[in-house]
Design a protein around this ligand. Structure first.
Ligand code: FES
Length: 288
């Protein structure tokens, strides 16, 4: 399969990892405004990644534009040509925020998917280039050339969409990697309080679920020990007050309710209820 071939192409894997790492580093060094912009582009406010929402606009506009091009070829109609040109331009305009959100997601892509992510990015950027050429030719009245560039662009964006689908459904990039917490229903002993010194996180297993325990100012937090973004080990992250930062791609969660402080995760961190009884920390799955 093409997607597997691309994944195995070492020529893309290493540069993909290096480029993603460099962009992520730049985002982190950019301070709060850049981090907020990255959150916006990841879709932390949306409840799932923003990028696939925007790609629908781009692919939809260019596909519909191709349909009007076909109609105008069969029966020369000024309105069909105008509709095709407008949709080509609309796709180009929508491609700009789409590309930005894609690059932002790519910056924190899991290492194993970096090669396929780079192939996806290059393919869709090439398609954007061909649609810009198409619009330019259309504006100059060279309709034949415009149709040629659009057809090439449509082939490239289709390949890009195929690779994007592989990233999501094959590599699980952008999907929620945490399990819903339904167990334990009853209060269950997790650890003696004396074994959890303040500010020293501990990962324990409760009913086969990895649970992260953390103590700050006499408050004990119990959350899933697995980052929803790509399963990073949160117990190895850094802790500030009631917040934990994932060691892999720096998502920040508030331990008080699991909500996202910073992406790339667009899914909150599942939380347990925790209490102290007879010197023991007890937890249970939080009721909605
Ligand atoms: S695994 Fe990517 S931010 Fe946690």
């Amino acid at each position: 399969m093409l997607s597997q071939y691309i994944e195995q192409a070492a020529a893309l894997q290493k540069p993909g990892q290096q480029l993603a790492g460099a962009i992520h580093k730049w985002v982190l060094q950019g301070g709060k405004p850049v981090r907020r912009l990255a959150d916006l582009l990841h879709g932390t406010w949306l409840g799932h990644p923003l990028h696939p929402v925007l790609t629908d606009v781009v692919v939809g506009a260019w596909t519909l534009g191709a349909l009007f091009d076909l109609i105008s070829l069969r029966s020369p109609s000024h309105r069909a040509k105008q509709a095709a040109d407008t949709l080509t331009a609309l796709g180009i305009v929508a491609a700009l925020p789409t590309a930005l959100s894609g690059v932002t997601d790519f910056s924190t892509i899991p290492q194993s998917a970096a090669g396929a992510g780079l192939a996806h990015a290059l393919t869709v950027k090439a398609s954007l280039g061909t649609f810009i050429l198409s619009l330019w030719a259309r504006k100059k009245g060279q309709r034949g050339q415009g149709l040629f560039w659009s057809a090439l662009g449509l082939a490239l964006i289709s390949l890009g969409a195929y690779l994007g689908g592989h990233l999501v459904f094959g590599k699980r990039v952008g999907v929620n990697r945490s399990e819903p917490l339904s167990q334990p229903e009853a209060w269950t002993s997790a650890l003696p309080l004396a074994d959890l010194p303040e500010h020293q996180p501990k990962a324990v297993e409760i009913e086969d679920q990895p649970v992260l325990l953390y103590r700050d100012q006499q408050q004990v937090y119990a959350v899933s020990a697995i980052c929803p973004h790509a399963k990073g080990p949160l117990a190895e992250g850094s802790f500030t007050g009631s917040e934990v930062q994932c060691p892999w791609h720096d998502s920040v969660f508030d331990l008080r309710g699991g909500h996202i402080v910073h992406g790339p995760s667009t899914y909150p961190l599942p939380c347990y209820e925790a209490r102290l009884r007879n010197g023991q920390i007890e937890v249970r799955a939080a009721s909605d």
